[in-house]
Design a protein around this ligand. Structure first.
Ligand code: ATP
Ligand code: MG
Length: 352
């Protein structure tokens, strides 16, 4: 997968700009941070970025995945162990907390920690003292900044009793939420460029507008990680210098909302109803749809669906869509400008 190891968050959407500002703001304190967000949105990258903007930047950034290991191994991974403390412990071993001394420890998927481990972590956070597995007393004091992340709703886990409330308050001093990619689609082109460049910067790959449109419309349930993987797949499967719609994986091209089905069904019925009002009741787009959209009664998704229905009927001809939606032929330009401005102008070629 194309990687971004410099803690640089690519994107210019308001959400990313706000995130970058927040990162700079919180980096300089030592406050504990809980980063939340769906899988693949960039939580670890945000943590790394905080570290690299902090005064600890030239000290280690150490990641521990709390989900990957059975409890006893996680304990030894975090706190270290002394020789002979269990079968296979042939020598003393430093834990990740010790390795992160003066730096930052990133506790990924903290929601997966067992209650017992949560208790041990809490004790460490309160004292800063490490007790290695098998040691009979507490050992050295370490100075680490703790950043944790989760894609679970920890507050719910607290009320269900599977996450300690005291630990929750201790790690959640600052909460940073990383929004899913589908809520900041305007970042997709920049991310694509960045991934293409990191994969292959001398082939000068270009992407056609149709391929871009498909990437921009997909719902990206796996977020930025999925986008990075898709771009890598396209490149390694030997695309030409120009990446067209045919190079885009079929699940991206043909998704009409597999992962968003319930929402899409609702959306479809809204779009269906508005479509009927224009084509059967002969209401104009400007009176039946435009005000609803501007007052946010209907979503961009509804509007796109509606445009898509129109284009289907009109075989990709926007002039005919203008007529179908009961507008004056002279409104054609205004209609297209409106769609473009609100990112609802679908590529007509798909409907030819
Ligand atoms: N804004 C971004 N700019 C550039 N690369 C990004 C951005 N967001 C995420 N990435 C890249 O996407 C991939 C996934 O990001 P990351 O591992 O940080 O996600 P995550 O939220 O920790 O996911 P998970 O919950 O699955 O662990 C990484 O390769 C990361 O570098
Ligand atoms: Mg992660």
């Amino acid at each position: 997968m194309p990687r971004n190891d410099f803690g640089q968050l690519v994107g210019r959407s308001p959400a990313i700009l706000a995130l970058q500002e927040e990162i700079r703001r919180v980096a300089l304190s030592d406050a504990k941070i809980l980063i939340t967000g769906e899988s693949g949105v960039g939580k670890e990258l945000v943590a790394l970025s905080i570290h690299s903007h902090s005064l600890r930047a030239d000290r280690p950034f150490v990641t521990v995945n709390c989900a990957g290991l059975p409890e006893t191994l996680l304990e030894s991974e975090l706190f270290g162990h002394v020789k002979g403390s269990f079968t296979g412990a042939y020598r003393d071993k430093a834990g990740m907390l010790e390795k992160a001394d003066e730096g930052t420890i990133f506790l990924d998927e903290i929601g997966e920690m067992s209650l017992r481990m949560q208790g041990m972590l809490l004790r460490f956070l309160e004292t800063g003292e490490l007790q290695k597995v098998g040691a009979d007393r507490v050992g050295r004091h370490v100075d680490v900044r703790v950043i944790a992340a989760t894609n679970r709703l920890i507050a719910d886990m607290v009320s269900q009793g599977s996450f300690r409330e005291d630990l929750y308050y201790r790690i959640n001093v600052i909460n940073i939420q990383v929004p899913p990619l589908r809520e900041r689609r305007e970042d997709i082109p920049m991310l694509v460029e960045a991934f293409l460049e990191s994969l292959d910067n001398d082939r000068k790959l270009r992407i056609t507008p149709e391929a871009y449109a498909a990437l921009a419309e997909y719902s990206w349930p796996g977020n930025v990680r999925e986008l990075a993987n898709v771009i890598e797949r396209i490149v390694v499967s030997g695309c030409g210098p120009e990446i067209g719609l045919a190079d885009v994986p079929v699940e991206v091209r043909s998704q009409r909302g597999i992962s968003l089905r319930p929402k899409r069904e609702r959306r479809r019925s809204v779009a269906d109803e508005l479509y009927k009002r224009m084509t059967v009741n002969r209401e104009s787009f400007w009176t039946a749809v435009y005000p609803l959209y501007m007052q946010r009664e209907i979503t961009r998704g509804n509007l796109r669906e509606l445009v898509s229905k129109g284009l289907e009927e009109a075989k990709g001809n926007y002039k005919i869509v203008t007529k179908l939606f009961n507008m004056d032929p002279g409104d054609y330009k205004r209609f297209l400008n409106f769609l473009r401005k609100h990112d609802c102008q679908l590529p007509f070629r798909d409907y030819r």
